[in-house]
Design a binder for this molecule. Structure first.
Ligand code: NAD
Length: 255
């Protein structure tokens, strides 16, 4: 059975990694999907396969005019919105400790990871209200709960903000039929972590903390998003769903 039949879903960051996997899965489950990304290069083959149900819209989530234009396109084309999966995010290589992270990197990370997500909620919620409700899923991180193995202050702060913002919006809209939840992934093998994971020492430094002994796959996060997007999670709001291979459950990892 298709779990998202007739649903309209916007997936930011739908051009790569976790967002791209969600675009594919949500389409398989019957949704009409709008992939909203600053880079849509990879989505060509999907556009051909799911003609009529897939739309790619170029957007910079940190730019309010660009976000408004993206949701205007959604409204003009579909007239409603049921699912908003906020997945766009960055993790710059020079995000490090408190003393060495450049101010410009701090600003850029907050603008895309946190402000961008707020802008998408701000523009998406009115459309959802007109549809009678919906489900918003925000991507936070396991670092919203615990400090990272190697310092990345800007990214970690942005993801702490995503978690707090998610709860706030969940409470505000709980009686208006909009559910708002966050997914908190552990390290997932996507282009975002390519640089970090290509360094064997840094790779092992991460791996040693994961009880399951491996990194996650983007499809595994997309499946968690499907649960939160679908009516299967109808009594779930304000939740933080950790999908982290057990990282936050562990004090020490098994041999
Ligand atoms: N990979 C991990 O280990 C991991 C862990 C926890 C959380 N996350 C989060 O998951 C989300 C997806 O990351 P991913 O691993 O799939 O990375 P990714 O780099 O594969 O995908 C991120 C996407 O966001 C898009 N993007 C970046 N800036 C944008 C902007 N200003 N406007 C619109 N789109 C923009 C990129 O073009 C890219 O397609 C991010 O929010 C990330 O922080 C990832």
């Amino acid at each position: 059975m298709s779990r998202l039949s007739n649903k309209i879903a916007v997936i930011t960051g739908g051009g790569s990694g976790i967002g791209f996997s969600a675009v594919e899965l949500f389409l398989e489950e019957g949704a009409k999907v709008i992939a909203a990304d600053i880079n849509l290069e990879k989505t060509g083959q999907i556009a051909t396969k799911y003609e009529g149900r897939f739309t790619g819209v170029e957007v910079d989530v940190s730019d309010s005019k660009s976000v408004k234009a993206m949701f205007d396109t959604v409204e003009n084309k579909f007239g409603s919105l049921d699912i908003l999966f906020n997945c766009a995010g960055i993790f710059p290589g020079d995000d490090g400790g408190v003393l060495d992270t450049p101010e410009s990197t701090w600003d850029q990370v907050q603008n895309i990871n946190l402000k961008g997500l707020w802008l998408c909620c701000k523009n998406g919620i009115p459309l959802m209200l007109r549809s009678g409700g919906g489900s918003i899923i925000n991507v936070a991180s396991f670092v919203s709960f615990v400090g990272a193995a190697t310092a990345q202050v800007a990214y970690t702060a942005s993801k702490g903000g995503v978690l707090a913002l998610t709860r706030e919006i969940a409470v505000e809209y709980a009686r208006k039929n909009i559910r708002v939840n966050s997914i908190c992934p552990g390290p997932i093998e996507t282009p975002l972590l390519k640089e970090l994971l290509s360094d064997e020492q840094r790779r092992q430094r991460r791996l040693v903390h994961i009880p399951m002994g491996r990194f996650g796959k983007s499809e595994e996060i997309a499946k968690a998003a499907l649960f939160l997007a679908s009516d299967d999670s109808s009594f779930v709001t304000g939740a933080s769903l950790l999908v982290d291979g057990g990282i936050t459950a562990a004090y020490v990892t098994p041999e």
